[in-house]
Design a protein around this ligand. Structure first.
Ligand code: NAD
Length: 265
């Protein structure tokens, strides 16, 4: 077992969607390093399997399992949550992190209905399915922590439009807030993670020129894109008992983006 091996999630079972890449990959490994056993779920089964294998290599066999799950499909999500129970006995943490930002997602006039529906099905309905099946299981064990990935674009408008994506992330914020209030007395906490723009495949494949990158970076006070591991560390805080009095928050981890009017030269 390679150090550091912490204990902030000792004895906890976590399910992480989009575990094959970016934030989901970093979070899976970080959560395991803090003692969690992790169900790594992704529509890209190869990616999920590679993450689970990485965890096994670092922290030992039995610390992670992989499953193919398309979060927009109710049956897949049900099986994903059931796997946590059959493999590890329960679920304490759900990180609804999987999401897409489609290259054909544009403004109100040019975005097609197909792209709108696809984005909503994955980014919003997928979060709902995850919450639905996790709530059922968490009730049996007295609570848990659910983290839903939204985005800074749900908090600030952008003149570089991705209408369906923006609307989907706004829906995640609203849904998470309501779930937090409804289930607060059951000790099931719900928080939204709002990442700023990150140096992960999702954004970098989209921002494929210096011009496109600079158009965004000028609005980030820290002057750089974030890293997936910086989101994973925030997700760890929300997943762990360190955030035991937090529910219903829009937790921005964005290099100061949402706080800025004029940025430093
Ligand atoms: P990524 O593309 O690196 O990883 C996303 C993962 O989700 C991939 O492994 C992909 O296979 C998986 N996925 C896609 N559709 C799926 C589906 N239907 N079912 C299951 N898995 C699916 O992206 P990332 O940057 O790590 O993004 C993770 C989350 O963070 C997303 O919800 C994204 O919207 C959000 N986010 C990202 C940024 C950014 O700049 N990268 C900013 C704000 C919010």
């Amino acid at each position: 077992m390679s150090p550091p091996y912490g204990s902030r999630l000792a004895g906890k079972i976590a399910v992480i969607t989009g575990a094959g890449s970016g934030i989901g990959l970093e979070s899976s490994v970080l959560f395991a390093s803090e003692g969690a056993q992790v169900v790594c779920a992704d529509i890209n089964e190869k990616g999920a399997t590679a993450t689970a294998e990485k965890i096994a290599t670092l922290y030992g066999k039995g610390r992670a399992v992989a499953i193919h799950a398309d979060v927009s499909k109710e049956e897949d999500v049900k099986k994903m949550i059931q796997l946590a129970v059959t493999e590890f006995g329960k679920i304490n943490i759900l990180f609804n992190n999987a999401g897409i930002m489609h290259p054909a997602d544009d403004n109100a006039l040019t975005t097609s209905e197909d792209i709108w529906d696809l984005t909503m099905n994955i980014n919003v309905k997928g979060v709902w399915w995850g919450c639905k099946y996790a709530i059922e299981e968490m009730r049996k064990t007295g609570g848990g922590s659910i983290i839903n990935t939204a985005s800074f674009v749900a908090l600030r408008g952008a003149a570089t439009p991705q209408l369906a994506y923006t609307a989907s992330k706004g829906a995640v914020l609203a849904m998470t807030r309501e779930l937090a209030v409804v289930h607060a007395k059951e000790n099931i906490r719900f928080n939204s993670l709002c990442p700023g723009p990150l140096r992960t495949p999702l954004l970098m494949e989209f921002l494929n020129t210096d011009e496109k990158r600079d158009r965004r970076l000028v609005h980030v006070p820290m002057g750089r894109f974030g890293e997936a591991i910086e989101q994973a560390k925030a997700a760890l805080f929300l997943a762990s008992d360190d955030s035991s009095y937090m529910t219903g928050t829009d937790f921005a981890v964005d290099g100061g983006l949402c706080a800025a009017y004029v940025t430093p030269e």
